[in-house]
Design a binder for this molecule. Structure first.
Ligand SMILES: N[C@@H](CCC(=O)N[C@@H](CS)C(=O)NCC(=O)O)C(=O)O
Length: 194
């Protein structure tokens, strides 16, 4: 498989999931400002959406949208999903919340310089993280088992730290716990992140 990524972006969750699953993959960096890949071609020629992630399967089928990429990887490696009769639905429910509520709430930090918009965004992120902090059971979002949803949340907790947003009680411990995982450390090192 091949994952198109940008450093520290939401695509980092796919890299973590690939390593957690032990799936061999190559990685090609995309400059999301210029839309050029590290091999020097126009990313929009292969992905007209222009954003990461994009996963190319061994049969050349393409999967875009982080929810779909992560759900696909959890299908390939069921240990990375919550399991149980409603496991797939619970995973989609959580990935949807992470993408459409939390990820979207970060956008102004990347795209806006308007002070009022940033104050609103700060409150939105804090509210959604507070909800998720209540949801963490035992070790991870779905209990003792690390899932692809934890990979996605971890990436956004990194963003929160980058933008000096305080994490709710309990989330610093969760963040440290996820960061200790060998697959996470490998993914961070590969993207030159600490
Ligand atoms: N709907 C997409 C959004 C992905 C997204 O926002 N990717 C960001 C990085 S985290 C990106 O590539 N932004 C560049 C751009 O929008 O031009 C998904 O969930 O996969």
């Amino acid at each position: 498989m091949k994952l198109y990524y940008a450093r520290g972006a939401c695509s980092l969750s796919g890299r973590i999931a690939l390593h957690e699953a032990g799936i061999p993959a190559t990685f090609e960096r995309v400059d999301i400002a210029t839309k050029m890949t590290e091999q020097g071609f126009d990313y929009t020629a292969v992905n007209p959406k222009g954003y990461v992630p994009m996963l190319v399967l061994d049969d050349h089928a393409v999967v875009t949208e982080n929810i779909a990429v992560l759900a696909f990887l959890a299908d390939r490696e069921p240990a990375l999903g919550p399991g149980g009769p409603l496991g797939h639905i619970r995973l989609l429910e959580m990935l949807s919340y992470l993408s459409t509520e939390l990820h979207v709430a970060f956008k102004p930090f990347y795209h806006s310089t308007d002070a009022a918009a940033l104050i609103t965004a700060r409150a939105a992120v804090a509210g959604r993280l507070a909800f998720l902090a209540e949801h963490i059971r035992e070790l991870y979002l779905f209990g003792p088992r690390f899932t692809v949803a934890d990979a996605y949340l971890f990436v956004m907790l990194r963003w929160a730290k980058e933008f000096a947003l305080a994490l709710p009680p309990g989330m610093d411990g969760y963040f440290a716990r996820v960061m200790e995982r060998p697959a996470v450390r490998q993914a961070l090192a590969e993207e030159g992140l600490s």
